[in-house]
Design a protein around this ligand. Sequence first.
Ligand code: UD1
Ligand code: UDP
Length: 361
Amino acid sequence: MSATITHVLGARPNFVKAAPVIRALAALGHSQRVVHTGQHYDERMSDVFFVQLGLPEPDINLGVGSGTQATQTADVLVGMEREFLDNPPSLVVLYGDVNSTVGASLAGAKLGVPLAHVEAGLRSFDNTMPEEINRRLTDQLCDLLFCTSPEALGHLAREGRPDAAMHLVGNPMIDTLVANLDKFDAAAARAAHGLGDGRYVVATLHRPANVDSPARAAELVRALHEVAAEVDVIIPLHPRGRATLSAAGLLDSERIHVVEPLGYIEFMSLVRGATAIVTDSGGVQEETTLLRVPCLTLRPNTERPITITSGSNRLVTNEELAAAVLKACDDGPYAGELPPLWDGQAGPRIARIITTWLAAR
Ligand code: UD1
Ligand code: UDP
């Protein structure tokens, strides 16, 4: 087995989480390989993150692309098996909860390849979300479990995972945010989107439960129109919901500004200057916590409860949304405590643990 550490990246949130881990491992002199599964492939969903976050060019792109849950996961499984046979790694690092993560974990486990999971132990306890299934299975198969939040350790212990495998390390998504903070220019973002001097809300929406069915999309659009009656709303729209939300009349309001998905720096600049965020994203719940921007999450649950207890996040329904946005505008920025170890040092902690673990094998 070679001494190369292989990182498996597939979708937008993976890129943001992997950048600080790859950087920290490089600083310790490790040989690394980056596999892009190709789950996300548009320039705005993939390439822009490699450029802006200084990620190394992928050594290989499996070109998996879009598909049903089964075909996408199966294509990752087959592609990753070939990759691990051709380039046996000393350790594979997996990120988050996307289909690329679970496909690669299954391929690696069946070949006896050691596996590490960054963002282990988060649980929404909602198996209607593909991500919850991906998280649970991945955590069962990994040898090293890197946790962003203390309650994750308890979830993993209850699922029978050994204490020695678990490490509370902080949050690499926050590392990326801290490392780029001085590049987030709220005034430039306002100017770029013609937002003037007034208040504005940023919305991001892509969960199947919110955007896949025309009926749910129509309810969501009604709620966003209620918000737009009070304040400008800018939506960097994920490709997933584009057709249903547009068909449901999303653009029938002058104060709703729909734009293409943004690069990381442009997106976080916009978030930094917003009065509030409306989202169903996992990462955005965390980023708004650190930036102290009020976050209203359009979901019945979250695998990231720490963003509610130590953060600006609140779960809301479509019906509650407009009133919650107005209240957030009145209340202003979150001023409470932040989650432990969200200090920008998760990448170096992970790199040190991996180094010790590999040396002991
Ligand atoms: C995936 C993840 C989700 C994550 C999200 C981040 C799973 C099960 N879901 O959801 O957890 O929050 O990424 O953004 O892994 N598409 C494009 N261009 C692209 C990529 C996708 O147009 O570059 C469109 C395609 O129509 C595709 C749809 O978006 O069918 C959904 O893409 P997919 O990767 O299957 O799931 P996401 O909704 O992006
Ligand atoms: N993001 C971005 N541009 C956008 C929307 C999101 O750069 O237009 C970033 C942001 O940092 C976010 C991350 O991409 O946390 C992951 O986003 P997404 O909501 O797609 O995935 P999730 O975290 O829900 O899995």
